[in-house]
Design a protein around this ligand. Structure first.
Ligand SMILES: [Zn+2]
Length: 216
């Protein structure tokens, strides 16, 4: 039975995240929310992060401003993006310290990470969580479900990137979860090892494909 792990990036979004949380609770699915620091500290955003955490979802750092891939920034700016988002989440008691880099359109590549950040992730015992399935919910708010269902059948364990953003895509989440179960998927909160190059601060997969070759 293929395994599927769901993650929700770029929130929290007051008009969408509560709906996503309700839906996940109804289907008894636990996930990870990789939140943007600026949104997680906002008056409306912070309670949503708190709610997600208290309902058993994991919360991860997805940079502070989510504007430029960290591998394209200067050392200090890349570290600042990470540290500011950490400050935004400092009040959360997390079982795992999770980080997902900003990718720009879901593309994996050497733009993801700055070498200075690798040292920081190691020192702080972080998990660097990437992905292997990007159905493109933000660019195709209605068509992503069929693509995601098909894609989840192509591998043993999919780590799917979705977005709790105001695109309209999440109105299909309920249908997606029902169909996933219908095609025999086992939904799990944990991550496929191939998507986690740094685990509790230890480099367990080759990082070269994700680190800037000539960092600024
Ligand atoms: Zn993102």
């Amino acid at each position: 039975m293929p395994k599927v792990t769901l993650t929700f990036d770029n929130g929290p979004t007051p008009s969408v995240t509560p709906f996503v949380l309700d839906c996940l609770a109804r289907h008894e699915v636990k996930s990870t929310f990789f939140v943007v620091g600026t949104k997680a500290t906002s008056k409306e955003g912070a309670p949503l992060v708190q709610r997600a955490s208290s309902e058993g979802h994991w919360i991860g750092n997805h940079t502070f401003s989510h504007t430029t891939p960290l591998g394209e920034l200067k050392r200090d700016a890349a570290l600042w993006e990470f540290e500011q988002a950490e400050l935004a989440l400092a009040w959360l008691d997390q079982p795992r310290r999770l980080f997902r880099p900003y990718a720009s359109a879901g593309k994996l590549g050497r733009h993801l990470l700055h070498p200075a950040l690798i040292e920081r992730l190691q020192a702080g015992a972080y998990w660097c969580v990437l992905w292997n399935s990007v159905p493109g919910d933000w660019r195709d708010p209605d068509g992503w479900v069929a693509r995601a269902l098909e894609d989840c059948q192509t591998r043993d364990w999919s780590l799917v990137v979705l977005h709790d953003q105001a695109t309209g895509a999440m109105k299909h989440l309920d249908r997606f979860l029902t169909a996933l179960r219908g095609q025999g998927a086992e939904l799990t909160q944990d991550y496929p090892p191939e998507c986690v190059p740094i685990r509790e601060g230890k480099i367990v997969r080759p990082l070269d494909p994700y680190v800037a070759e000539a960092p600024l």
